[in-house]
Ligand binder design. Structure first.
Ligand code: GDP
Length: 295
């Protein structure tokens, strides 16, 4: 992901190298190239337009125009703006200190990578000394609970399945089960459908009211392009999630939609998933990803 964006950005900014001074026209030309590169990478056009206005303003400031290495300063502006586009600061899970167990609920469309993300997140928390329990509340995709159980077994993390039919009952029982088995964080896998529908949203909402999760994370498939933004909008309106897990960031999509998620939803991207293995979930560090994109 991002290879062709990286290449185009490097070309656009590389053209400034070696110039002793930059004129407004040089900057306008470079920004035009940067804008085209972002649009071609499928970054949302409103996000590109805001990026372009801010970056051009900052590049036109005296310290860039008059600095000794103007090209480097332009690169820095683009890097800073990309970092901001991705949310600026690294955002972590916010689990209440005095609550047992903590609850993290994952939502998203079927196929987004939600079930595997539950297991990966449990694995990450376990590696940080937590004692997670997985709750299998996706009762509509027949294989989801089995998949979660298999993953749990591989990672030595228990899975609560309850009666396998009633998501609300499974979820609430899982909290009591966590308490009685000394588990300190419950990660809830919820229903994923192929399309957003009212029944799905109602169920999410009921789970939210019943569980009062510390965090609701929406899993978004980075490969699905601009559709991801519409889906995220619909979820944000109904469930008001706290953050995003971007899955399949190892894919070969252009990646721009993923870069637009933060600005279009207003929700932080907390984790990215870079593969199918349990250890492929990592916190998003906006500055590092921006640097990787700029090459
Ligand atoms: P769910 O329907 O949302 O629960 O989706 P799953 O968790 O079952 O994932 C759907 C498919 O995507 C599975 O084959 C996963 O192995 C795969 N998958 C999930 N996350 C990633 C990722 O970050 N990278 C890659 N390459 N595949 C992933």
């Amino acid at each position: 992901m991002f290879e062709s964006l990286s290449q185009r950005l490097q070309n656009a900014l590389g053209a400034l190298r070696g110039k002793g001074r930059l004129t407004e026209a040089d900057i306008a030309q470079a920004m035009r190239e940067v804008r085209l590169a972002l649009l071609e990478a499928d970054v949302n056009f409103k996000v590109v337009s805001r990026f372009s206005i801010r970056a051009t303003e900052r590049c036109s400031a005296a310290e860039v125009l008059n600095s000794l290495t103007p090209a480097q300063n332009v690169v820095k502006v683009v890097l800073d703006e990309l970092t901001d586009m991705l949310g600026g600061q690294t955002q972590t899970l916010e689990l209440a200190q005095n609550k047992h167990p903590n609850v993290v609920m994952l939502v998203g469309l079927q196929g987004s990578g939600k079930t595997t993300a539950c297991a990966k997140l449990a694995y990450l928390l376990k590696s940080q000394g937590k004692r997670p329990l997985l709750a299998a509340c996706d009762v509509y995709r027949p294989a989801a609970a089995d998949q979660l159980e298999t993953l749990g077994r591989e990672l030595d993390i228990p899975v609560y399945r309850g009666d396998g039919h009633n998501p609300l009952a499974i979820a609430t029982e899982s909290l009591a089960h966590a308490t009685s088995t000394m588990r300190d964080v419950v990660i809830v896998d919820t229903a994923g459908r192929l399309h957003i529908d009212d029944a799905m949203m109602d169920e999410m909402y009921q789970l939210k009211v019943a569980l009062e999760p510390d965090e609701i994370l929406m899993v978004i498939d980075a490969m699905i392009g601009q559709d991801a933004l519409n889906v995220a909008h619909a979820f944000a309106e109904k469930v008001d999630f706290d953050g995003v897990i971007l899955s399949k960031m190892d894919g070969d999509a252009r990646g721009g939609a993923a870069l637009s998620v933060r600005e279009t939803t207003g929700k932080p991207i907390k984790f990215i998933s870079m593969g199918e293995k349990p250890d492929s979930l990592e916190p998003l560090h906006p500055d590092r990803l921006a640097r990787r994109i700029l090459g």
